[in-house]
Design a protein around this ligand. Structure first.
Ligand code: AKG
Length: 261
């Protein structure tokens, strides 16, 4: 699936775009079953993290994370190798593609919490511009159940972030932008099977799930594999967490081509 010239130009100008109909109904149903099987397995193993910003382990405001999703279930590994996806990503960051981060984010009905304003590059500490986040909706993501919000054009610079807790705790969301003018923020609702795609300098957030429906998403983050290693890798990741997906890697990186599944 290649993005049109108009979509690419929107991405570069505004910093984000919504692409509908990436997966069909059967694909979504299968992925969702595997997603919930994984959530339940992690829960049973007592390793299901609630990454809701500001209130970890909070019983009322929950965002459950499937961390390094491709290492948790083979279906998530298949998804990041999908040619339709990689063709789209190639249009945005070029032919050399590395997975930099990959997580399921599940907001349960009513208790699903907020993920505050942040920029993904603050986490990745990448040099250069070529990073992109692709967020796949497994349910219709709406304003009411916690879809993504963006600041159009806000991908022009890195902003000041506050650290919410010690990075050694390895929680999912530990940076937040305090000072932000959100008067022009736009919600980006996406029907199930669609994508919400943003530049990794784009400030974004998602609000509470106020509905009786779950809001399940998969956030896939990609970088130009020719760029130097992102700084956050120096803090250590599981082997195979950041596979090369297409093209060639920077020969000077510590990552090499690594196993991907
Ligand atoms: O799934 C969400 O609500 C937010 C995802 C997000 O902010 C991210 O992946 O960077």
């Amino acid at each position: 699936m290649r993005l049109s010239t108009a979509e690419l130009s929107r991405f570069h100008d505004q910093g984000y775009l919504v692409a509908q109909g990436f997966l069909d109904g059967d694909e979504i149903a299968h992925l969702t079953t595997c997603y919930m099987d994984t959530v339940e397995r992690l829960r049973t193993e007592q390793s299901l993290e609630n990454v809701q910003s500001g209130g970890d382990r909070d019983k009322d405001f929950q965002v459950f994370q499937i961390r390094t999703a491709h290492l948790q279930h083979p279906i998530f590994g298949m998804l990041i190798h999908d040619t339709r996806l990689l063709d789209m990503v190639e249009g945005l960051i070029g032919p050399d593609i590395r997975l930099v981060h990959y997580q399921g984010l599940y907001k349960p009905p009513r208790t699903g919490g907020i993920i505050g304003w942040h920029q993904d590059n603050r986490y990745f500490e990448v040099e250069g511009e070529r990073t992109v986040s692709v967020w796949l909706a497994l349910d219709d993501a709406t304003v009411e159940n916690g879809c993504m919000w963006y600041l159009p054009g806000g991908h022009d610079r890195m902003r000041e972030h506050r650290q919410l807790w010690d990075t050694d705790q390895k929680k999912g969301f530990y940076f937040a932008i305090d000072e932000i003018d959100e008067s022009h923020a736009e919600a980006a609702p996406v029907p199930a099977g669609g994508l919400s795609i943003h530049h990794c300098l784009m400030p974004h957030r998602s609000l509470r799930n106020e509905t009786d429906r779950p809001r399940r998403g998969l956030a896939m983050h990609f970088m130009d594999a020719k760029a130097p290693d992102p700084g956050f890798l120096k803090r250590g990741l599981r082997p195979g967490a950041t596979p090369l997906l297409r093209g060639r890697a920077n020969p000077d990186t510590i990552l090499g081509t690594g196993p991907s599944r």
